[in-house]
Design a protein around this ligand. Structure first.
Ligand code: NAD
Length: 323
């Protein structure tokens, strides 16, 4: 079998598989997943060269971390053979970016993951907190966690791209190693591209997540909770239908599109079955040998043109003013 490309993640020294395993579906946020399916998906991912797994205490109210931890320990994979990121600051019952909470959080995550350390600890969806608290309190607390050896590197995640420059312009160099952006490097929204030179200049590794726009670019469509405006949902549905009419799959070309930019170390796609792992691996391998289906890409881009780069508000800074 062809091998999955690995790419360097900023200055961390990690070489991540270009397809990363998004473990939020293991927390049943996109529907039910049996333990057998979860285990089979994680096993196949590891066997096929996927070495990066991302989770959070928020996903499924800690269930994603527990399921991922159980799978990794059941499979008895040597610790140095996989790279795990988890997060802190966002929980089922709300946000708390205080030093005290994030310091407790890593211990809780390590217990659920059955690990002694995580490779990356992200501060989760920072636009929901005060960015000044993130800069002045949370990142310094995460530095202490890094010094303790419980996390090797520190990251920040969120939706609005401005949060990354706000924080990175204010923290000491080297205190944030990684950013995780989502829903901004896919066929319908590629605005992350403009930020890449800045992130490179800061020496920060880049992870993009949600190449399928959290289910918008799939045949089954998004989950109930999806925050996209209705015109974006309709356009993505039309794009999926267009691909289906042509006997093609929207998810395949969507993932391939996100994988094309090699400045991005890895594309995190959420997976809950070995079938999805197989399909996504096949899409990546085909991309490296045959390239993308340009004709189909142009057609899908044309369908999505009216909603290109349309996003949704997220976080306390982005709340729309009441009319
Ligand atoms: P995604 O765009 O990866 O879509 C996931 C959905 O697509 C799931 O329903 C999954 O079952 C389905 N899917 C996967 N492969 C498929 C295929 N081949 N065919 C059809 N359907 C397929 O969205 P996501 O899961 O939200 O994002 C990926 C990961 O990135 C998450 O699991 C999480 O780890 C991470 N993430 C982090 C943040 C953050 O930190 N704020 C935000 C979003 C995502």
């Amino acid at each position: 079998m062809a091998t999955l490309e690995r790419r360097e993640l900023g200055n961390t020294g990690f070489k991540l598989s270009c397809v990363g395993f998004g473990a939020s579906p293991l927390g049943k946020v996109f529907g039910d997943v049996s333990h057998e399916d979860a285990l089979a998906a994680v096993r196949l991912a590891l066997q096929s060269g996927i070495n990066f797994f991302d989770t959070s205490p928020f996903y499924g109210g800690t269930l994603s971390e527990t399921v991922l931890g159980n799978c990794l320990s059941e499979l008895k994979v040597p610790r140095e053979e996989f790279i795990v990121s988890t997060k802190c600051g966002r929980y089922k019952d709300g946000f708390d970016f205080s030093a005290q909470r994030v310091t407790r959080s890593i211990d809780e995550s390590l217990a659920r993951l059955k690990l002694d350390y995580v490779d990356i600890l992200h501060c989760h969806d920072i636009e929901f907190g005060s960015l000044d608290q993130i800069v002045n309190e949370t990142i310094p607390a995460l530095q202490k966690i890094k010094e303790s050896g419980k996390a090797r590197f520190i990251g920040i995640t969120g939706l609005p791209l401005g949060i990354f420059t706000y924080v990175l312009d204010r923290v000491p160099p080297g205190s944030v190693d990684v950013v995780l952006s989502y829903c901004h490097y896919g066929i319908n929204d590629s605005t992350l591209v403009d930020l890449l030179p800045y992130l490179k200049s800061k020496g920060v590794g880049v992870i993009t997540a949600s190449p399928l726009a959290m289910g918008l670019l799939t045949d089954v469509g998004p989950p109930e909770w999806h925050p996209a405006p209705s015109e974006l949902k309709s356009a993505c549905k039309a794009a999926a239908a267009h691909c289906k009419e042509k006997g093609k799959n929207i998810s395949k070309i969507a993932l391939q599109y996100s994988l094309m930019n090699k400045e991005i170390a890895t594309v995190l796609v959420g997976m809950n079955s070995s079938k999805q792992v197989e399909e996504n691996l096949a899409a990546a391998v085909e991309l490296s040998s045959l390239g993308i289906d340009e004709d189909l890409l142009h057609e899908v881009e044309a369908v999505l043109q009216p909603v290109k780069n349309l996003t949704w508000p997220s976080g306390i800074q982005q709340k729309p003013n009441p009319a």
